[in-house]
Design a protein around this ligand. Structure first.
Ligand SMILES: Nc1ncnc2c1ncn2[C@@H]1O[C@H](COP(=O)(O)OP(=O)(O)O)[C@@H](O)[C@H]1O
Ligand SMILES: [Mg+2]
Length: 278
């Protein structure tokens, strides 16, 4: 269908004796915020790793209808995923600590290389214009995410909450069509989580980027998600609006049966980030 950006069909992944993902199917519509929830170990990050081609499914497939038309994502080489218009952030931030915010954004942009090594070395006008576009985009993202104040600061010197925003910025610099966010609120305090909700809404509304996220914080999930898919033990247990899914008996049962406590994932303002399990 025309409005489907990504379609997962009958995905399964087995790690030794563990069926981490079991016959999972879902469609992500163009322009929506689609959220995966579920207790720890449900298989959410594994689904992300299937989409970003870190893993290959044991069975099933993922199709993606990006700027180049429809492709079977599950048959693409991992390094081509960014070029297809898919960007991601990680559950634990991955940035270059000893580079400035601006440099981290420019590095992010390099996943979308438009020129080859030889032309880079010869520094042709095509490289110069690609470089100009990258700089322009990075400045645009800095403005969009209100990072002007931190532009030239080394990442190592930034508060945790700001680093999360920088990581988001790095993903945006690749000008994705689909943005994968793995637990955007993890380690954030209440106020920072509220800010994150605004960024996600702006990314969807102002930039028109489709967002697929994994998130524990149900207030954030309810605020920004159009649809929610609940997983437990590798399987889909419910799909619907945030309200429908939160009220679903199988979802309540899944959470009651786990030691997952959302409030434990938060840290009080000013303290070191909480460590959360993968
Ligand atoms: N690389 C791996 N090797 C072995 N087992 C894994 C691997 N990645 C995930 N798992 C297992 O798969 C299950 C789902 O994990 P994960 O997708 O990380 O869950 P979630 O993100 O929902 O907390 C867990 O039982 C986990 O231990
Ligand atoms: Mg996870």
């Amino acid at each position: 269908m025309d409005n489907i950006l990504l379609s997962a069909r009958d995905l399964s992944v087995r790690f030794g004796g563990v069926l981490a993902v079991n016959q999972v199917s879902f469609d992500v519509r163009r322009g929506e915020v689609f959220t995966l929830i579920g207790p720890n170990g449900a298989g959410k990050t594994t689904v992300f790793n299937l989409i970003s081609r870190i893993y290959t499914p044991t069975t099933g497939s993922i199709s993606y209808t990006g700027p180049q038309g429809q492709v079977l994502l599950t048959q693409q080489a991992p390094h081509t995923v960014a070029g297809l218009g898919i960007a991601r952030t990680f559950q634990n931030i991955e940035l270059f600590e000893h580079a400035s915010v601006l440099h981290n954004l420019l590095i992010g942009r390099h996943t979308r290389r438009e020129t080859g090594l030889w032309s880079d070395m010869l520094f042709t006008s095509r490289v110069r214009s690609a470089e100009m576009r990258a700089r322009h985009k990075a400045e645009e993202v800095i403005e969009f995410l209100d990072l002007q104040h931190y532009r030239d600061t080394l990442v190592a010197g930034l508060p945790y909450g700001v680093r999360k925003v920088v990581e988001l910025g790095r993903a945006l610099c690749t000008e994705p069509e689909l943005l994968l966010l793995d637990e955007p609120s993890s380690g954030l305090n209440t106020e920072e989580t509220d800010d994150m909700a605004f960024w996600i809404q702006d990314i969807r509304q102002d930039l028109g980027i489709t967002v697929l996220m994994v998130e524990h914080d149900m207030s954030l999930v309810s605020k920004v998600s159009d649809r929610v898919l609940a997983m437990n033990q590798g399987e889909v247990v419910a799909l619907g609006t945030p309200q429908e899914v939160q009220a679903h008996p199988r979802v309540i049962e899944a959470y009651l049966g786990s030691i997952d406590d959302v409030s434990n994932l938060r840290r009080p303002a000013g303290s070191a980030p909480a460590r959360t399990a993968a």
